[in-house]
Design a protein around this ligand. Sequence first.
Ligand SMILES: [Zn+2]
Length: 306
Amino acid sequence: MKNGKCPLIYHPSYDIALPDTHRFPGTKYSLLIAELERTGLIKRYLKYIPKPATPENLSIAHAPSYIESVRTGNLTKQQQATLGLPWSEALKKRAFVAPSGTLLAAQLALQSRVACHAAGGTHHAHRHFGAGFCVFNDLAFAALAMVKLKLVKKVLILDCDVHQGDGTASILANDKEIFTCSIHCTENYPAKKAKSDLDLPVSKGAGDSEYLAIVNQGLLEIDRLHFYPDLVLYDAAVDVHRNDKLGLLDMSSDGIRERDELILSYFKKRCVPIVTTIGGGYGETREEVAQRHSIVFSAVQTVFGC
Ligand SMILES: [Zn+2]
């Protein structure tokens, strides 16, 4: 931690312009930074700007033919429909930068104990295709890269997005060094769930106490299975919120903060470096979503005292 500040990874290319009617809040990234500036939290962080990943870098997690279609703008109409986003130069740019943002956060977390990516959590992207607003899978990519670079031996991907981390689970299905845990609402997308190393389904309408009990159970279960990570990639998504437009749970903002603090404290106590990514969030307004995404930055400040 430099000067007592936590690393914050952000790139101006994260925003994508989409019509106002689009379900994906494409400008939530810069709005999140604006929210951190408004509350003064930004002063507790040191900003890092990631460089784009190369197609060769990304090929540890994705098929070269798919990477090439994204790079050259040759995604079919069907592929764009599954992705839920239209291809554009801006989308391409952010797609190549965001995964290396999570990797940079992972490298910085090894020195600082914690690092926060103001993007990431694109867990629906599979090896051969993008889905559910996710072009490339930053979580699978960063975990694989950290192991390949021999910076760590074992990585835990702890995914608390309301939607199951199906892409992450499928890319890493045969990987014993990386443990995938997804805590998600059974009734939410994707209809056909993949098999993570540990899936903890939450029933529709679950509130703070029910949800937090499941998170606690998940942490105990990972320990019981004797998986002891050297690094945690945490998807701190906020689409578990009761006012989320896509999520079907009934969590409050305080409940989300409690979840974040619980997870951060748990791994801090065990001296396991942790990366936070923002994951999904879909509100009535983009500002409201940005505000919810700022919770994890506040939780990191509380737990790590940056
Ligand atoms: Zn989600």
